[in-house]
Write a protein that binds this ligand. Structure first.
Ligand SMILES: Nc1ncnc2c1ncn2[C@@H]1O[C@H](COP(=O)(O)OP(=O)(O)OP(=O)(O)O)[C@@H](O)[C@H]1O
Length: 306
């Protein structure tokens, strides 16, 4: 089952005004593959991934244009697509046992719930799953909790897992463990993984393909090896400039660039990166570049066509 975003646009309406959070992005995610979404904070990674499933920031409404479909139909949260959030302690209820929360997304009769929770906790490699099911969240380490969150995301037997910064809150050894669990599950269950990350090490280790977002748009997209080893968009080059990429360890984060991303309350006519771009020419501020062979840049496209 292939998850496809087709000209997806998301406009958010917080209490005042509108935010062009996602602006005409398209991608495909095949079973068993990992697509990493990278880009600075605020570039739209989370909204792009979650808004089509009805998951919006609190108090915000949205207009969604284009589509996200799984084999042609809108995906159902839980049973088609599971979501692993960034910060397990805040995503879990401290007053409910871990096992009960793990099976929230599964429609099961009461007496089957504990056994299923234990099965799921075992699937994600928790050493004593029966005990883990009966404890409260504060009794588990951060890494264990994140695994429990992954177990919960799998309760509805989804074909796709969206993981939003799944290792950011963890120390280095826990990060490795959680990535091992994700890679292992993917192999065993044939899951497709949409991985939102700031971490080049995570991209290098996990991703088949990468989409680089800037100001709600995809500026570069392609096989992870190509994008990491030979980035073409000036923004991707800037992101990767200061770090070794080939065998970056998990925990190696993208560096910030000088300057600030644009205000997304107004629609940008040209290339959103033009004001910060060392290569920008007049055309860049006037006309939005298309994504051509995986790169959305007038200067690159022009250079290639010569
Ligand atoms: N609650 C909100 N109210 C108003 N605007 C919001 C809200 N949440 C997100 N946005 C806007 O939507 C845009 C996309 O945000 P999003 O969270 O998807 O970015 P992100 O790339 O996932 O960032 P991060 O890496 O920090 O999670 C940003 O411009 C942000 O300001």
């Amino acid at each position: 089952m292939t998850l496809v975003a087709d000209h997806l646009t998301v406009r958010l309406y917080p209490a005042r005004g509108a935010v062009h959070a996602v602006d005409d992005v398209s991608w495909r995610l095949e079973p068993g593959r990992t697509l990493a979404i990278v880009g600075e904070s605020g570039s739209g990674k989370t909204v792009m991934s979650l808004a089509p499933l009805g998951l919006l920031p609190p108090g915000v409404s949205a207009d969604i244009g284009g589509s996200v479909t799984l084999d042609g139909a809108p995906p159902v949260l839980g049973s088609d697509v599971g979501v692993v959030f960034q910060d397990p302690p805040s995503a879990l209820n401290p007053l409910r046992r871990v096992g009960a929360q793990v099976v929230d997304a599964a429609r099961l009769p009461r007496r089957a719930r504990r056994a299923r929770a234990i099965e799921l906790l075992d699937l994600v490699g928790l050493p004593d799953p029966a005990r883990a099911a009966d404890v409260y969240p504060h009794e588990l380490s951060g890494g264990m909790l994140q695994r429990a969150m992954i177990a919960g995301a799998l309760a509805g037997e989804p074909r796709v897992l969206i993981a939003d910064e799944p290792t950011t809150a963890l120390d280095a050894s826990m990060q490795e463990q959680v990535l091992d669990v994700l890679a292992d599950l993917q192999r065993r269950l044939g899951l497709a993984l949409l991985l939102i990350t700031h971490d080049i090490g995570v991209v290098a280790r996990m991703a088949d393909d990468v989409a680089v977002m800037y100001a709600g748009r995809i500026v570069e997209q392609g096989p992870a090896t190509r994008v990491l080893d030979a980035p073409e968009h000036p923004y991707t080059q800037g992101l990767l400039a200061a770090v070794p990429t080939a065998d970056a360890a998990p925990g190696t984060r993208f560096v910030g660039l000088d300057g600030a991303p644009p205000d997304l309350t107004t629609r940008i006519a040209g290339c959103a990166f033009a004001p910060r771009c060392p290569l920008a020419v007049d055309r860049c501020t006037a006309e939005r570049p298309e994504l051509v062979d995986g790169v959305s840049c007038h200067v690159r496209t022009h250079a290639r066509s010569r």
